[in-house]
Write a protein that binds this ligand. Structure first.
Ligand code: EPZ
Length: 423
């Protein structure tokens, strides 16, 4: 297994290229199951999760070729039809919950699908009851047994679906299912994340008729078929936010190339409240700080609220800001796994239920720490950038799921950071 070794104390200055968004690429690769012809995806981030999704599509019978540009072609001809396999197996789904996103497209296109239940993960139980409730509302028969969900429906019918919570992948699954359903579907209490909006935009490019994406009410007029397309994936707002915090904590001055300010408004507001300069600049976002950071309180919420995927990163910034910060994680029930590891570096964080009280003004010291989930791993790298001495982050396979060449990008702006083999 690899580890990442960081020597604290460098000021980050220069330009960081932001990669395509993981949480846009994953649903978009599943959308490639919908048209009868091939599709091409550009600006694809080189991530473990994207490779896992490509592997899943190949297991289903699709051809997937390329790296930063992916060409995806459906099984064709008699041989192709024989290759068609409408099942996402446990040994793959257990490594990546987003595999569940093949459900909507497969049922919409082929009338059935069998997908392993994702099970929990490090940050929480993460059920898919809303995904299934929506498909049932559209006429699907859902059977749960032996850890798999079987979904069948000759032709999905449009329906009005009120989601219990604005689930991101739940919404994405139902958007893809409704695109080919018969009649009108309305998703109420829909997720408003930019990645949901991007999926709707791409489905409309394929010929779908979706309005309201980006709001809490999305209307989809079903069509009979969707067309092949080519599309470039939007930049990763969470990667950009992560590097913005790195610049803020290291008295840095960094241009986040390709970052879209409109995708990061809640994060930008909190950075500015902490005393960080954030401004849109030609082709991206510029983040500058003199290192004097003021404590800010955070409550994670569905978009456009403060993103849960930025909570761990802001917790590290809170450790070195002046004053006490109160952080409330309202989306996932177990997303404080980074706290004990930060404690080993000298952080003083008290957890009570969903609330974390972070004492500011701490001098962090380098240590060997364990990555536990994707964003926790990123927060440990950030802590290493400001800690005195050396920090070793172990089990960086968590990091590689969602950050493309993070050590290379940080080294490019002056960080003393490298990847090494863990004995
Ligand atoms: C997406 O996960 C993202 N993943 C997550 O990013 C992100 O943290 C999350 O949205 C919230 O923004 C992808 O887009 C691939 P949810 P998702 O369904 O869709 C509950 C990262 O670090 N829920 O919006 O799985 C659920 O348990 C990852 O990049 C149900 O109860 O999240 C959670 O508490 C981590 N039933 C809440 O809703 C359901 O059917 C939000 O989950 C679905 C969800």
């Amino acid at each position: 297994m690899d580890k990442i070794v960081v020597e604290g104390g460098s000021r980050l200055t220069g330009r960081i290229p932001i990669s395509g968004a993981k949480n846009a690429a994953l649903p978009l690769l599943c959308a490639a199951l919908l048209p009868a012809g091939p599709s091409t995806w550009k600006n694809v981030p080189q991530l473990a999760d994207v490779r896992t999704m490509a592997k899943l599509l190949r297991m289903l019978g699709w051809e997937v070729e390329g790296t930063t540009t992916l060409n995806i072609a459906p099984p064709s001809g008699a041989k192709g039809k024989r290759k068609l396999k409408l099942e996402a197996p446990y040994d793959l789904v257990k490594t990546m919950r987003a595999s569940v996103l093949v459900l909507g497209p497969l049922v919409a296109r082929f009338g059935r699908a069998r997908v392993s239940l994702p099970g929990g993960c490090a940050i929480g139980a993460r059920p898919i009851d809303q995904h299934l409730k929506g498909l049932q509302a559209m006429g699907a028969k859902v059977t749960l047994e032996h850890g798999y969900v079987d979904v069948e429906c000759k032709r999905l019918q449009g329906a009005t679906i009120m989601l219990d919570m604005p689930t991101v992948t739940g919404c994405e699954n139902l958007l893809m299912a409704a695109a080919l359903a018969k009649g009108r579907t309305v998703i109420e209490n829909a997720a408003r994340e930019p990645e949901v909006e991007e999926l709707a935009l791409v489905l409309n490019k394929m010929g779908a008729k979706i309005t309201g994406a980006g709001t809490a009410n999305i209307t989809i007029e079903g069509v009979d078929e969707l067309q092949s397309i080519e599309h470039s994936i939007i930049p990763d707002r969470i990667e950009a936010g992560t590097f913005a915090v790195a610049a803020a904590m290291t008295k840095g001055d960094v241009l986040l190339e390709g970052a879209r300010p409109e995708h990061l408004e809640a994060v930008t507001a909190k950075l500015r409240a902490a005393g960080v300069t954030v401004q849109a600049e030609a082709g991206g976002m510029r983040v500058k700080s003199d290192g004097e950071l003021t404590a800010v309180d955070i409550v994670t919420q569905p978009h456009p609220g403060f993103p849960t995927d930025m909570q761990a990163q802001f917790m590290v910034m809170a450790c070195v800001a002046k004053g006490q910060s109160v952080i409330k994680e309202m989306i996932f029930e177990n997303r404080y796994m980074h706290v004990p590891e930060l404690g080993r570096m000298g952080a003083d964080i008290q957890i009570s239920g969903r609330t974390a009280i972070v004492r500011g003004g701490m001098k962090l010291t380098g240590a060997s720490v364990m990555a536990t989930d994707l964003r926790a791993s990123a927060s440990l790298i950030l802590a290493g950038l400001v800690a005195s001495g050396k920090t070793e982050v172990l089990r960086v396979y968590h990091l590689d799921r969602g950050y493309e060449a993070i050590e290379k990008k940080l080294r490019g702006v002056g960080a003393k950071i490298k990847r090494a083999k863990d004995a």
